[in-house]
Design a protein around this ligand. Structure first.
Ligand SMILES: Cc1ncc(COP(=O)(O)O)c(C=O)c1O
Length: 410
């Protein structure tokens, strides 16, 4: 939408940090320096004939906030510019971005290939909800490119990846998946929630579509639920906007404004939180009561080199680790120990959200991935002893002390 609605007058070739604070819409006649919040459901039309032309898409203008609102457009333009895509369509949540993706692109009889280690609700939405409507999904290994190729069918229309994954931080080779998708005439969509465009731009590796949960790093301060799809102008106009207009998984202008302001500090937050996460991961790897640490920034991570190349040399701010217990007492003891470490913290927020400036801690097997069957969890590698830490801006020494309380008393 809004191709003809004027853009901010900016020089060409600006870099991400400038776009993050400048891209959007031109100022209103009042000359505000901070972006305006247009908290309105609808827009008054000058006369009936103009209203008719606008509703018929013959003239571009803001009409009704289910599908057009200036604050939302500002957020969409800013995020698209940062991701390096032509366009973006904002949605009410990250999950509704994936809902819109599938509703907009696919029909009954179509086939999706998806990594089996993506976010739990994505597995439920693709694997269960869309199966009801005749869209079939094959789940494959995140890291074995040959498995993605083998899963192709004549009706495969979409490859869906998330990198790094939640919570195992497995990294997929976006370029290799893009080549497979292209050769098969399918789209590649990448959920870029963990890295954000500050660290990784999947379009540079050939992805067609970027999915965001704006709830995470884009807002970055745990305030709103939001989502977005970044892609070509053509896909937005022809595939996604018609569904948005009819189905209304729209982002509220207020939430769009919060994300818009969050984008301004995205880059410095991502780098600072990644630095903290690397320090925490390095420290956790040395703790005797920790069996294993999953963090792409560590040389011990199986896709460390790929991650460093794809993610601007940063590991991101999310890590997971496994506490002792599985070997001696099976899943029951592993879960008890994980709960003990979580419950012994006094700084970390016990919550399943991530991407906040406040460090959050969670037990994926019973929260974000609790609705999966044990078989699906095992396929995703999520064991009962696993804890996910989404590192914020808290002081790292305070965080170490917070975790050491539980780790040293298992
Ligand atoms: C990787 C990933 N994608 C999508 C989502 C869904 O986003 P939302 O909670 O905004 O619907 C999440 C939520 O945790 C996530 O971690």
């Amino acid at each position: 939408m809004a191709k003809k609605i004027p853009r901010v007058d900016l020089p060409d070739g600006l870099r991400l940090d400038t776009l993050a604070v400048r891209e959007g819409l031109p100022r209103t006649p009042w000359g505000e320096n901070s972006e305006a919040l247009f908290l309105t459901s609808s827009f008054v039309q000058p006369d009936a004939a103009t209203a008719a032309a606008r509703f018929a898409n013959e003239e571009e203008a803001f009409i009704y906030s289910r599908f057009t609102n200036p604050t939302v457009t500002m957020m969409e333009r800013r995020l698209a510019a940062m991701e390096g895509t032509e366009a973006c369509i904002a949605t009410s949540s990250g999950m509704s971005a994936i809902l819109l993706l599938v509703m907009g692109l696919l029909k009954a009889g179509d086939h999706i290939i998806c990594s089996h280690s993506v976010f739990g609700s994505t597995i439920m939405l693709l694997g269960r909800e869309f199966a009801k409507f005749g869209v079939e999904t094959t789940f494959v290994s995140q890291t074995d490119v040959a498995e993605w190729r083998r899963a192709l069918k004549p009706n495969t229309r979409l490859l869906f990846a998330e990198s790094p994954t939640n919570p195992l931080t497995e990294v997929c080779d976006i370029r290799a998946l893009a080549e497979i998708a292209k050769a098969a005439g399918a789209w590649l969509a990448v959920d870029n929630c963990f890295c954000s465009p500050a660290l990784q731009k999947p379009v540079e590796y050939g992805a067609d579509i970027i999915i965001h949960s704006g709830t995470k790093y884009l807002d970055g301060q745990g305030r709103v639920i939001a989502g977005a799809i970044c892609c070509s102008e053509q896909l937005v106009n022809e595939k996604f906007m018609p569904v948005m207009r009819s189905a209304g998984m729209s982002l509220s202008p207020f939430n769009a404004w919060v994300v818009l302001k969050g984008l301004e500090t995205l880059s410095i937050r991502m780098r600072a939180q990644s630095e903290n996460a690397l320090k925490m991961a390095t420290w956790l790897e040395m703790q005797p009561s920790v069996d294993r640490v999953y963090y792409p920034g560590l040389p011990s991570h199986p896709q460390h080199e790929l991650a460093m190349a794809q993610q601007s040399g940063c590991g991101g701010a999310v890590l997971s680790f496994i506490v002792n217990g599985q070997a001696s007492g099976g899943p029951t003891l592993a879960r008890k120990n994980a709960f003990h470490v979580i419950d012994s913290t006094r700084i970390c927020s016990i919550t399943a959200n991530l991407g906040d400036t406040k460090t959050t801690i969670t037990h994926p097997a019973s929260t974000s991935h609790g609705r999966l069957t044990e078989e699906q969890r095992q396929a995703a590698g999520i064991t009962q002893g696993m804890i996910r830490l989404a590192v914020g801006l808290d002081d790292v020494e305070d965080l170490k002390a917070d975790l050491a309380r539980g780790l040293t008393s298992i």
